[in-house]
Design a protein around this ligand. Structure first.
Ligand code: NAI
Length: 329
């Protein structure tokens, strides 16, 4: 039998946690034959609710779920972690300035990065979901100097999946016919969902959906980039099940590979590709294989692509400068 994989989830008692843990335990994160131990990290006020979730996990009698640890200590939660899903974060509350938001999150992701550095397994893979995801991932990564930088990633898979779904709907095809969609830049309203390099049933997506440039600019891009706000307005609560699903997809693809003829979107440490300054955690088109990923190279960028990517990357650079000034990295 296989050794269980240690999966750490922070913010385990939150709404994403509630949609995420049961799918990890049922084998959707890593594969249907991989046993898991769950390590749940919460703040002290969240521990009791996390215990309740763990009781429900027990009650599912999942064959792959071995052990559950619940703690408010990062050093315990990340001990021997092979995969870490950093979901818990400090949300922006009314009247909060960006600097306050970044420093509150620095107080979470700095110590968690240090705990990962000191205690995680050598093969640790980190996905940051908690917002502002890219910059939180940067803070954690910079606080974990002994861990290879590429092991820290930020989630733009929800945006990616949203873009795929919108294109499939517009073209009247199934989502499986939509390939090579890219989210570039920051997981924020400045992100650039790129359909110009995408394909639908083997044809250029732009032609396949019968699009006009105005549809791309006035409908498609804002629909994807502002979908989170739309969900809040309609559901009365922020995306949770779809965010959990995207986290599952992100890690599953990272570990098990992208299908031939397709790629995915991940926020990863830039190596300078496509003019994105080295070291920023920005979303790129990536292919994955054997637990490693590569940025898709050689895509030709139009002026429109370039301007959209630059605007989002500029925001990432400003966030990096702000956390640098705050002494968080
Ligand atoms: P939630 O508020 O329901 O749950 C967050 C949980 O994190 C709470 O139980 C809280 O006690 C816990 N927590 C806070 N600080 C913690 C810490 N230092 N250590 C451990 N746990 C901590 O929020 P929800 O809906 O589950 O969302 C979580 C995060 O995910 C938010 O930051 C949200 O903005 C973000 N998000 C990101 C998406 C993406 O596409 N990257 C999509 C949707 C949400």
């Amino acid at each position: 039998t296989r050794t269980p994989v240690n999966v750490t989830v922070t913010g385990a008692a939150g709404q994403i946690g509630y949609a995420l843990l049961f799918r990890i335990a049922s084998g959707h994160l890593l594969g249907a034959d991989v046993p898991v131990n769950l390590r749940l990290l919460e703040i002290p006020q969240g521990v009791k609710a996390a215990e309740g979730v763990a009781m429900e996990l027990d009650d599912c009698a999942f064959p792959l779920l071995r052990d559950i640890t619940i703690t408010d200590q990062a050093n315990v939660a990340f001990d021997g972690a092979n995969v870490a899903l950093l979901v818990g974060a400090r949300p922006r509350t009314a009247g909060m300035e960006r600097g306050d938001l970044l420093s509150a999150n620095g107080g979470i992701f700095g110590p968690q990065g240090k705990a990962i550095n000191a205690h995680a397994a050598d093969d640790i893979k980190v996905l940051v979901v908690g917002n502002p995801a890219n910059t939180n991932a940067l803070i954690a990564q910079r606080n974990a100097p002994d861990v290879p930088a590429e092991r820290f990633t930020a989630m733009t898979r929800l945006d990616h999946n949203r873009a795929v779904a919108q294109l499939a709907k517009k073209a009247g095809v199934t989502v499986e016919d939509v390939k090579k969609v890219t989210i570039w830049g920051n997981h924020s309203a400045t992100q650039y969902p790129d359909l110009f390099h995408a394909e639908i049933s083997g044809k250029a997506a732009f032609d396949a959906v019968g699009a006009e440039q105005s549809w791309v600019e006035d409908f498609f891009i804002p629909k994807v980039a502002k979908r989170g706000a739309e969900i809040i307005e309609v559901r009365g609560a922020s995306s949770a099940a779809s965010a959990a699903n995207a986290a599952i997809d992100h890690v599953y693809t990272w570990v098990n590979g992208t299908p031939a003829g397709d790629w995915t979107s991940m926020g990863i440490v830039s190596d300078g590709s496509y003019g994105v300054p080295e070291g920023l955690i920005s979303s790129f088109p990536v292919t994955t294989k054997d637990g490693k990923f590569e940025i898709v190279q050689g895509l030709e960028l139009s002026e429109f692509d370039r301007a959209r990517i630059d605007a989002s990357v500029k925001e990432l650079a400003e966030e990096r400068d702000a956390v640098q000034e705050l002494g968080l990295i």
